[in-house]
Write a protein that binds this ligand. Structure first.
Ligand SMILES: O=C(O)C1=C[C@@H](OP(=O)(O)O)[C@@H](O)[C@H](O)C1
Ligand SMILES: C=C(OP(=O)(O)O)C(=O)O
Length: 430
């Protein structure tokens, strides 16, 4: 659906909001809830398209998942060996997390399964999970020499492995940890910098033996996972759009409640604070093994900084909107070590360079990032989402500091991760 939206510049932004549940944690709650013994109650589940793809896939494997009146989920766990062979292809839609984590999990089942996705997902690289899973004995076939979905999986006996991943990817790590539950010995994954650790935290919360160490993590096989109550915090990747919006609009002040601030995800806060952004963490607490806080964000004068190294995986989904913040910072911002952005829902380096340039931004692509010079304001104009939710929402934030209207094409994709984004944005505009 090509839903075009036209935004006018913001005079200011004010108010209190809560963003929807964390997408990564919502995926994992269905997966572990389905594999656990007993009932798992998921509070604050994200009803976005990506998570619905995961939900449908587990229903298709015989799991009863009831949606309660308030949107919470009750999952009737079937145990580690209780999934049934799906009668049809499992459609992961636009969701890289769904297809890659499920490839790991399905490798350990005793049945055959096929995973596919939409035209964006079918272009994204899968060998990063297929190759290490093959060393565990998994049998998986794919298009493009085994790199592209659809993927056909013949599940079976797996061996524990030790894998030194060349990329910091929570999807690779999690696929191996989930396969490792079914292996004949421990599975260890190293990564260059720590990626998000929600799988490790939730596996432990459900009773698995997971041992993180400097540079990696080990999971012990064949645990008894126990159904639990999971309270999903607000998604910091969704909050990021409102953080940047509040920082770049003069005089703005927003309180964003109940945001997950897991240190493997909070790179966006560190980056924006280093740029001079006023972000206060209030009422920090813990929910189901995950740290949570309320964020008070105020319009600020930003300055350009150098971004690279260990903070990159801690903010990997936030670079489109970071490039918007950098466009209103004094001086130059350089983003390095972020080549992964080229293999997301779209090539996010190319897409942001093209769209910010359309609005008069001064930005250059690098192989592994971007170099951005600050400007006073953007022009109006017509920009494209490239079918990518994070590009669409970043351009909506950019539009707040334009001199004239900005229209964004193909905005329905925001339902992937943030179904009420547009109404929340309207709510805080004054
Ligand atoms: O594990 C996850 O839930 C995710 C991991 C990241 O991907 P990579 O593992 O490819 O870095 C991130 O970009 C994605 O939005 C969600
Ligand atoms: C990259 C993303 O998700 P996924 O890899 O799950 O499609 C994202 O949400 O920005």
């Amino acid at each position: 659906m090509n839903k075009i939206r036209t935004l006018s510049p913001a005079r200011s932004l004010r108010g209190e909001i809560s963003v929807p549940g964390d997408k990564s944690i919502s995926h994992r709650s269905i997966m572990l809830g389905s594999l656990a013994q007993g009932t798992t109650l998921v509070r604050g589940f994200l009803h976005g398209e990506d998570n619905h793809a995961t939900l449908k896939a587990f229903r298709a494997m015989g799991v009863t998942i009831e949606e309660l009146a308030d949107g919470d989920l009750r999952i009737d766990g079937r145990g580690l060996h209780g999934l049934a062979e799906p009668a049809d292809v499992l459609d992961c839609g636009n969701s890289g997390t769904t297809i890659r984590l499920m490839t790991g999990l399905l490798s350990g089942q005793t049945f055959f399964s096929v995973l596919t996705g939409d035209r964006y997902l079918r272009k994204r690289p899968m060998k990063r999970v297929l190759a290490p899973l093959a060393t565990m004995g998994a049998q998986i076939w794919g298009r493009g020499g085994g790199d592209l979905a659809p993927l056909a999986i013949h599940g079976g006996a797996l061996k524990g492995t030790e894998y030194d991943s060349p990329i910091s990817s929570a999807q690779v790590k999690s696929a191996l940890l989930l396969a490792g539950l079914y292996a004949d010995g421990p599975t260890t994954v190293w990564e260059p910098h720590l990626s998000r650790d929600h799988s490790e935290r939730m596996l432990r919360y459900f009773g698995a033996e997971v041992r993180p160490f400097e540079g990696g993590v080990t999971v012990a096989p064949q645990p008894q996972l126990e159904g639990r109550e999971v309270a999903v915090p607000g998604d910091i990747s969704s909050a990021a759009f409102f953080m940047v919006a509040a920082l770049i609009v003069p005089g703005a002040e927003l309180l964003i409640r109940n945001v997950g601030v897991n240190p493997t995800r909070s790179g966006i806060i560190d980056i924006l604070q280093a740029m001079g952004g006023s972000i206060e963490l209030l009422n920090t607490r813990e929910l189901s093994g995950e740290p949570v806080a309320d964020l008070l964000v105020r319009g600020s004068s930003l300055k350009g900084i150098e971004i690279g190294g260990a903070v990159v995986p801690r903010a990997i989904d936030e670079f489109p909107v970071i490039s918007v913040a950098a466009s209103f910072a004094e001086g130059t911002t350089t983003i390095r070590d972020a080549k992964e952005l080229r293999v997301k829902e779209t090539d996010r380096i190319a897409a942001m360079v093209e769209e910010l340039t359309t609005l008069g931004g001064r930005v250059e692509a690098r192989n592994d990032g971007m170099v951005i010079d600050g400007v006073e304001s953007f022009n109006g104009g017509a920009v494209k989402s490239h079918g990518d939710h994070r590009i669409a929402m970043s351009m909506a934030v950019a539009a707040l500091r334009a001199r004239a209207e900005v229209s964004i094409d193909d905005t329905a994709c925001t339902a992937t991760s943030f179904p009420n984004f547009w109404s929340l944005l309207e709510k805080v505009r004054v």
